[in-house]
Ligand binder design. Structure first.
Ligand SMILES: [Zn+2]
Length: 439
């Protein structure tokens, strides 16, 4: 069976005859599936298809946050290219924080848009609605032009893109599918729940069985991982649930890739108090002039489980402040892993230089970064802080239900000259699987 190859963002994608499904388990530190597997809770993964599976060490893109990495998986490129560096940036002209959840900030087309234009049927289901318009650009609504131009264009064909969070509001006109609750046979799940992820997977099984899309992306939420450590009963139950649905997708004949947007680290002291460095407060203490501004790109409307505390901070300095001097002072704080100037951070971590601060501060695995104490409502945290954002949370799973040779043509990473990234998922499961052949 011949499938139409397509090229987007510098790579050729050659889909196999089987449907290709990428599951992004939000916040999936590898220990979660490893310990669930060891506890016998992931029987499908334990045998993973008749022919075995591939399991490669892999990294998320920086920052190790949800939107930048989901968009990386969707575009096949790091944030340097697609432009989504977090949930917020500072508008240098107005001095205001700007929410970057809107697709208008996307700089390149998605794999989904290119696949759709090439005649493939594409379905995207995301847990939280905050990702829907970024992932649906060019698929069910206008998105960046496929020729790389800066203009937005309407999709040439239509796929499916909806969120579990607003599944009751999906319509054929806006999402390519309506009556989703009846279709999936489940009620709208609460936004802070394991059910939100289960809804996504149940929808994926239904879509595969019923419609058999050529490419499907299923993106979960890290509600469980923010609260529960790997190997705990709740975490193992969650991974058992994922294993069950992944097994159903496998049984229906799909190529299934399991990866994540980022890992997850405990960031509290032994008595459960968050270990936080308040970067804006400390920077203003260092500067005689004050007026430094910190943007925490993890900040979003869903802060109940992390209090907007992550491992990555952008520092915008007032005119006249020397980034090198401030940076070396901040680097001496306990819990600060690294401080980079804008150009250095952009170069080292493949970030968009115009959408990060004058300085980028990274926390150690066991620490989090804040602005100043009063800005964070830590009273909302109902479990010891677990969060993500930087180098301590780069490790993620990359599992495929096929035996494949690891490709060599991979991006360089801070850790290795060629590293598998989550954003290689659709490429590996299409072109990597077919060996570049189109049979
Ligand atoms: Zn995430």
């Amino acid at each position: 069976m011949t499938r139409q190859p397509f090229t987007v963002n510098g790579r050729e994608y050659r889909p196999p005859a089987e449907p290709v499904i990428v599951i992004c388990i939000d916040g999936s530190e590898p220990a979660y599936h490893e310990l669930a597997l060891a506890a016998g809770r992931m029987p499908w993964l334990a045998k993973a298809s008749p022919d075995g599976f591939s399991d490669w060490p892999a990294h998320s893109a920086m920052p190790a946050l949800t939107n930048p990495n989901n968009v990386s998986i969707a575009t096949g490129r790091p944030p340097r290219d697609h432009g989504i560096s977090g949930n917020y940036i500072l508008d240098p002209d107005s001095g205001e924080e700007v929410l970057m959840n809107d697709k208008a900030f996307l700089r390149i087309p998605t794999i989904f848009a290119a696949a759709t234009a090439a005649g493939h049927d594409v379905a995207v289901v995301t847990a939280k609605d905050k990702l829907r318009r970024l992932l649906g650009a060019g698929l069910v609504e206008s998105g960046p032009a496929l020729d790389g131009g800066a203009t937005f264009v309407e999709p040439t064909r239509r796929g499916i893109c909806f969120s579990a969070e607003k599944a009751d509001q999906a319509t054929v006109a806006d999402n390519g599918i309506g009556d989703v609750l009846v279709y999936v046979g489940r009620p709208v799940p609460p936004v802070y729940s394991a059910d939100l992820s289960e809804f996504v997977l149940a929808a994926g099984v239904k879509l595969l069985d019923d419609r058999r899309p050529d490419l499907m992306f299923l993106s979960l939420t890290d509600y469980i991982q923010h609260k529960h450590a790997p190997g705990t009963a709740v975490a193992n139950d969650f991974y058992a649930m994922i294993d069950n649905y992944a097994g159903q997708l496998d049984a229906l004949g799909a190529v299934v890739v399991i990866t994540a947007d980022h890992g997850m680290s405990a960031k509290s002291d032994p008595v459960g108090r968050p270990r936080v460095i308040y970067v804006e407060e400390e920077t203003n203490r260092l500067l005689a002039t004050g007026a430094a501004r910190v943007i925490l790109p993890i900040t979003d409307p869903y802060t109940v489980h992390h209090g907007a505390l992550g491992s990555f901070a952008s520092v915008y300095l007032p005119a006249g402040a020397d980034p090198a001097v401030v940076g070396s002072a901040l680097a001496r704080f306990e819990g600060v892993q690294a401080v980079h100037t804008r150009a250095d951070a952009a170069d080292r971590y493949a970030l968009p230089a115009d959408r990060i601060g004058d300085l980028v501060v990274l926390a150690d695995k066991g620490y989090a970064l804040g602005r100043y104490p009063a800005w964070h409502d830590l009273g909302q945290l109902d479990a010891p802080l677990r969060s993500h954002g930087a180098l301590g949370e780069l490790n993620i799973p990359f599992l495929i239900n096929r035996r494949l040779d690891r490709p060599d043509d991979l991006d360089q990473d801070i850790a290795e000259p060629a590293c598998v990234h989550n954003y290689d998922a659709f490429w590996v499961a299409t072109t990597g699987l077919t060996g570049g052949r189109n049979d």
